[in-house]
Design a protein around this ligand. Structure first.
Ligand SMILES: [Zn+2]
Length: 157
């Protein structure tokens, strides 16, 4: 269960990490189609939620719900999509994805092909995307603050 060099999720990228503790990390997916798309990644190789202990599951999901809550407060999406697939890497990771009527997939799943958009819709999206990107620093700051309020919080060592 130790770090595997060939595994893309064993390699941590400090540039995208918003917060971490000794069990998991919260990262910015940096997806321009979904500004604010956030992931919660379990550090160790664990494939299924039921491979975690009850306490580990509780901790992981409490972080996911903090992410959803802060994301809603800071970015005001019309919907939040929460997904756990992990078919390609043996790391439990949850995707927390803000959705807007203007986004290129709405109302389909984020993994669906992009919909045809008019030039007006594309322009509206570009303006909106810029506004959202300007909120990222505040979103990340609020997220760190909220995560440090979790019961039993212990900073990564
Ligand atoms: Zn790995």
């Amino acid at each position: 269960m130790s770090a595997t060099p060939s595994c893309p999720l064993c390699t941590r990228n400090p540039l995208v990490e918003i917060w971490s503790d000794d069990q998991l990390r919260v990262t910015d997916a940096q997806d321009p189609d979904f500004p604010g798309f956030t992931r919660v990644v379990w550090h160790a190789h664990v494939s299924e939620m039921t491979d975690l202990t009850h306490a580990e599951r509780e901790h992981l999901m409490s972080v996911v719900w903090v992410v959803e809550s802060v994301l809603r407060n800071e970015l005001s999406p019309v919907k939040v999509n929460v997904a756990q697939l992990g078919n390609q890497v043996p790391h439990i990771h949850w995707h927390v994805i803000p959705r807007w009527r203007l986004d290129s997939r709405f109302p389909d799943a984020v993994w669906a092909p992009a919909r045809e958009r008019t030039p007006e819709q594309n322009l509206a999206w570009e303006v909106f995307q810029e506004q959202q990107l300007n909120l990222m620093a505040d979103y990340h700051h609020a997220l760190r603050n909220a995560l440090e309020q979790l019961p039993g919080y212990r900073a990564a060592t």
